[in-house]
Design a protein. Structure first.
Length: 86
């Protein structure tokens, strides 16, 4: 689940020429790979939001990862099927 956001982040880092943006990109890997439901820290949430605003494919990959995580953590098969339909 974490491979796609990680690969997009690496590609984005290699393509970016602005050193300040590269620093922001480099500091976001941990945020992108964390469990989104456990984000309670305001600074963490702000950093993640800023990272997601920088790149649309990265945003899509992050939210797909979170959707897959939600499906995978369901206690029953019926609940997982319902989450998958959403």
């Amino acid at each position: 689940m974490n491979d796609a956001p990680d690969e997009i982040l690496r590609r984005l880092y290699r393509q970016e020429k602005d050193l300040n943006k590269r620093k922001v990109i480099k500091g976001t890997r941990w945020w992108l790979l964390c469990n989104g439901k456990d984000i309670f820290d305001h600074e963490f949430k702000t950093g993640l939001d800023n990272a997601l605003k920088m790149n649309e494919p990265l945003t899509k990959a992050y939210y797909l990862k979170e959707s897959l995580r939600e499906i995978r953590t369901q206690a029953r098969k019926e609940q997982a099927a319902e989450a998958l339909d959403k």
